[in-house]
Design a protein around this ligand. Structure first.
Ligand code: GAR
Length: 217
């Protein structure tokens, strides 16, 4: 069966891109990366794409006078590569309503919190400041509002009393690397539909039996 063609959009180090590259290296995985795009010419993630032999392109938003022109170029690159699903992986530009509509239900993002809590930047510092005991990560379909849209996969990560944002980020990142390939696999194997702005997953997964309690008593 044909594998779903992905684009992965990055701005930085690209560890989630790496997780997707590794998943796609398995010929049984139902997706392949057709294109990596970075809006930053010096993003370390570009080297990961090159090392894996995946086509990579820089589209520098600063080279365009208006966001619309940047996004038109991005859109053309995605269409040229016959991309079917766009995965934002640490892509630090807010996409316009035009772009989000054009790729509606074919555009997903990973965010390092349990959405809808802790949208935006400095997530882990805000989590620690708020004193919550459990955080995590979310893969969701993208809508025009920031860090908003139907939720596909989440993982929970316990917050330790003495956590700092760097240590917490590292543990959440491990969870991200498991969630993103899972989310793509679910979509690529046809198990996902969106019903009334909620994701329905059919036939593929059992509900996890465990409950995470922090602190354990
Ligand atoms: C990840 O933690 C991702 O969740 C976050 O940026 C990091 C990218 O890391 N994304 C956001 O905060 C988007 N709102 P990576 O470049 O190593 O994949």
């Amino acid at each position: 069966m044909a594998r779903l063609k992905l684009a992965v959009l990055i701005s930085g180090r690209g560890t989630n891109l790496q997780a997707l590259i590794e998943a796609c290296a398995d010929s049984a995985y139902p997706a392949e990366i057709a294109l990596v795009v970075s809006n930053q010419g010096d993003a370390p993630g570009l080297q990961r794409a090159i090392a894996a032999g995946v086509p990579a392109q820089v589209i520098n938003h600063r080279a365009f006078a208006a966001k619309q022109a940047f996004e038109a170029m991005l859109d053309a690159a995605l269409r040229n590569a016959r991309v079917e699903l766009v995965c934002l992986a640490g892509f630090m530009r807010i996409l316009s309503p035009w772009f989000c509509e054009r790729w509606r239900d074919r555009l997903i993002n990973i965010h390092p919190s349990l959405l809808p809590a802790f949208k935006g930047l400095e997530t882990h510092a805000k989590v620690i400041e708020a004193g919550v005991r459990i955080t995590g990560c979310t893969v969701h379909f993208v809508r025009a509002a920031m860090d908003d849209g139907p939720i596909l996969v989440q993982a929970a990560v316990a917050v330790a009393s003495d956590d700092d944002p760097v240590r917490l980020a590292a543990r959440v990142l491990e969870a991200e690397h498991r969630c993103y390939p899972l989310a793509v696999r679910l979509i690529a194997s046809g198990h996902v539909r969106i019903d009334n702005e909620r994701v329905v997953i059919s036939g593929a997964v059992d509900a996890p039996a465990t409950v995470l309690i922090n602190p354990t008593a």
